[in-house]
Design a protein around this ligand. Sequence first.
Ligand SMILES: NC(=O)c1ccc[n+]([C@@H]2O[C@H](COP(=O)([O-])OP(=O)(O)OC[C@H]3O[C@@H](n4cnc5c(N)ncnc54)[C@H](O)[C@@H]3O)[C@@H](O)[C@H]2O)c1
Length: 363
Amino acid sequence: MSKGIQVKTSQQSYRAIVGEGIFEEQIKEISDSFEGDINFLLVDENVEKYHSNIIDHAFEAAGKKLFMMSVPEGEKSKSISFWKTCVEFLLENGVRRNTPVFVMGGGVTGDVGGFAAASALRGVPLIHIPTTVLAMVDSSIGGKTGVNHSTGKNLIGAFYQPQKVVAEIAFLNSLPRNEWANGLSEILKYGAIERADIFDRATFFLEDEISKISREKLTDLIADCIQIKADIVKKDEFEGNIRAYLNFGHTFAHALEKACGYQSISHGEAVYLGMLAAIDLSNHFGANLKPDKLLNYRSLYSYRVSKDQLSLDDLMNHMKFDKKRTNQHIRFVLLKEWQSPILKEVATDTLIHQAWQTALQEI
Ligand SMILES: NC(=O)c1ccc[n+]([C@@H]2O[C@H](COP(=O)([O-])OP(=O)(O)OC[C@H]3O[C@@H](n4cnc5c(N)ncnc54)[C@H](O)[C@@H]3O)[C@@H](O)[C@H]2O)c1
């Protein structure tokens, strides 16, 4: 079973395909659609470790010479220095304007590899092969690519749309449990800002064993999340207004990730707490939301950082350096009610402090 979603942007209109057992056929079809006799693959080191047979087989079947490079796992690869390594790898091995660059892994590989594809020769064809839940539902869609800077996350990059997105569900079999929870945060985000039924449909994430999860339900849910993101990106490709709704919980999350040095908390764990904080802040501005819909999933998150290791002043300072700051105010995505997001400039530190305190109780 597979599903296809059309993503329309001004740069490119492309298909995202989600399903089980689609990988080999898709690689061949995509490879055949380009002239030339080489393919490039930038692949997350863990994906390569677990799936080298499938990967080798598919690219051999595509019948072109493959230049493959591993992307070391972790946020540290989203750096200027590793972006440079990727670009040099492409250029030194003869990438051309029409050579496909397959970028395969989670959001880290997708972001840095996507930015390398955007910048080598001012742009070479990019194909995203997301292998984490988060990358399937979020980072591979919509064209944001980039790397981090010491002053903050994702501060250097480009909007660069892929030619295609291939989300092969079978790759998720090797994904560690905590990474499923990371992806779940972005899925719950779509539930909060757009589609109420997602909160109930995602309950299969609570299964004890990943192998018990229905691949059909998973494919459906991932496809629906991609559709939500595609609809938003179509209306606001460059985040002039409503695309910012996708940042629900993220202003808090980015500060947390930074306070933890991008090490002791993952993006998804931070987004989960960030959404709890954003709900609290929304309630201060007149909403009346109970966080139960999120808290139902609390057991899936196990934090490696404790509350005492985090200073509120630190978190506030990190927030003030976030991209989403305007003048003295910090810009948040809040909810008027469930599925009704708004952008709000907040100047009062006390309210933000309170929101942090509420969320950090969950650590
Ligand atoms: N571009 C965007 O629009 C966008 C949106 C959301 C998040 N992001 C970015 O995405 C990043 C987070 O992405 P992520 O959560 O996918 O993390 P990640 O890329 O670090 O992957 C998480 C871990 O899973 C491993 N892994 C990946 N696929 C695997 C598989 N199939 N089997 C076993 N292990 C596997 C990786 O090696 C890594 O250890 C952050 O940098 C965030 O800023 C970008």
